[in-house]
Structure formats: structure tokens, C-alpha cells
Design a protein around this ligand. Structure first.
Ligand SMILES: [Mg+2]
Length: 129
């Protein structure tokens, strides 16, 4: 889709802050549409994201700072991550086997149909085409 010159000028004249104010979903609307199940799903997803960050930090200390791997901490963070992922699966009625099967079909059935890794297949991302 190409924009007209007028559309481009209007977008160019809009500040980023004004755009965000115009496009953000009002918090009150989010609250009105919230259910206990949605709140729990959000809790689990936010928790998984936070734990992924903690795991990433542990790996950063190991790889980037060249510190010894704090295996105990990595195991703890992986467990924390599993906790939130399991909670999210339970809330959404998705079993672990379903996610593992979907992952196998995505990777072996589409992205890496050759059965092994290659940069070309990683870049092409055939499962997203
Ligand atoms: Mg943690």
C-alpha cells in the first residue's frame, strides 16, 4: 500500500507521543473486558517473560562476563519458567504434548524440512511464508 503525499505529510506532522495517545487501548476498556481467566493468563505470561529475563541474565554472566556457570541458578530459573509456562498451558487448556508436537511439525515439517539446520532455511523461515 502506498500513501498519498497528503497522507505522508499528515503522518510526518504527527508526533510519536500523539500517535501513541491516539492508538493505545484505554486501560478502563482492558479492565472491563478482564475475566479471572484472562487475568491469570496475563499473570502467567508476564511471569514467564520475567523468568526468561532472569535466565538470560544468568547466561549473560556466563557467556559475556566469562563467569563460571551458576548451574544451580540456571536450574532455578528454568524451573521458574516451567512453572509459568505450565500455568499458562493449564489456564488456556493446552497440554505440553500439544505444544511439543506443534513445534516438531513447524520445524521438521516446514522450516527445516531437510531434517538438519542451515542458515538458508533459518533465514527463509518457510513456516512463516
Ligand atoms: Mg526466577
Amino acid at each position: 500500500m502506498s500513501l498519498t503525499q497528503e497522507q505522508r505529510a499528515a503522518i510526518d506532522a504527527t508526533t510519536h507521543a500523539a500517535m501513541v495517545a491516539a492508538l493505545v487501548k484505554p486501560g478502563q476498556d482492558i479492565i472491563q473486558q478482564l475475566t479471572p481467566g484472562k487475568a491469570n493468563a496475563l499473570h502467567m505470561a508476564v511471569g514467564a517473560s520475567g523468568e526468561a529475563g532472569e535466565l538470560l541474565d544468568a547466561i549473560k554472566r556466563f557467556v559475556i562476563y566469562n563467569k563460571p556457570l551458576d548451574r544451580e541458578n540456571v536450574v532455578e530459573e528454568m524451573g521458574d519458567l516451567e512453572f509459568y509456562i505450565e500455568g499458562l498451558r493449564a489456564e488456556l487448556g493446552i497440554c505440553r504434548e500439544e505444544t511439543l508436537t506443534a513445534n516438531k511439525f513447524k520445524l521438521l515439517g516446514k522450516r527445516y524440512a531437510s531434517g538438519s539446520y542451515s542458515d538458508a532455511q533459518a533465514i527463509a523461515r518457510a513456516d512463516k511464508a
